[in-house]
Design a protein around this ligand. Sequence first.
Ligand SMILES: *Cc1c(COP(=O)(O)O)cnc(C)c1O
Length: 391
Amino acid sequence: MTSSDNSRCARAGEIEAFTTPPSVPPIFQTTAFDVADLDQLQAISAGEQHGYIYTRDRNPNHDAFARAIAELDGGEAGVACSSGMGALAAIVLAHVESGDHLIVARVLYGRSLQLVRHLTESFRVDVTLVDATRPDEFRAAVTPRTKLAIVETLSNPLVEVTDIPAVTAALEHVPLLVDSTFTTPCLLKPIAHGARYVLHSASKHLNGHGDVTLGVVVGPRDIMDRSRELASIFGMNANPFDCWLATRGLRSLPLRMTRISETAHKIAGLLEQHPRVGRVFYPGLTSHPSHATAAALLTRGCGGIVSFEVAGDGRESASRFMRAASAIPFSPTLGDSRTTISHPASTSHRYLDASEREHCGVTDNLLRLSVGLEAADDLQTELEQGLAALR
Ligand SMILES: *Cc1c(COP(=O)(O)O)cnc(C)c1O
């Protein structure tokens, strides 16, 4: 190697400018961006020129994904974060300091409840837990220090539907953050119903192929700028490749959500008729306590989550079912192209103690399906295999 080879190697891989743009956006897999001079640095930092400096702060793939979700959800801007939990941390930290107050739905994704509990225990943020199906509880909980209320569109795993217009009316000036992971903007647009912010775990339906960990939050531009800054300070920024994959996933999102909702509705109806199944939870069923709210808000489908209780003795029956229905993978996620099954008591709700689990309706014989893109007939056969194995 000559010394100029050393320099060639160090600077290798430059792409010559060309006139035909790529049909698909490239992945900007770069830590930083080269800045022409100090004037340009100043202009970009001040927002006078559109440019990028450092990927932890901002990256074209973050922006492309977050902008797409902001447009779909009807928000001004969005921020992509390293996970759904990262997005939740960023937006919550943009609102509270010690002594402030949050109103939080009692039934929330397990890790989200843990995050809130951590804020209480370590940072003296006060939290009032409320029943998301009771808007009056939100009204009663508001104090002068209430900075934010947090709900999910559909609860996990009993799929109760939050009446977002009623909750925002009850909260008056307190901003509402809606975790819309289960519904996506294809089925529900919370901002149109009065919510200030929408959050998604893009690890689920938005990406839809089970190969990404990513989150996004959408809302007014000033708070999104603050949340992006917090995501950078705490290192909760998204990775460009995950943003690129999730943006690709979006292209089929409407087709997937429609198909998933249709299949889930069909499967829920079949399970409800089966003698070895106890209660079935799907808001599209007239038997579901949230059916009326679903009929008003979820006119394009109720999503892919169906929960049901298997007959028999709790955890043992659940286990027997899962082994016999082995074509359906046991995977503690949702929103994959494959239908997956989960045992909430051992997965999403394992961080809660027994009484908290009971409050969430999570019994040991409860299973949760995240319906995917397979043929409904195949799923029916596979579920019947599982049920046939029950005593
Ligand atoms: C998965 C999930 C989250 C957390 O998202 P990650 O991307 O796993 O961090 C938050 N809310 C809901 C409703 C979820 O299902």
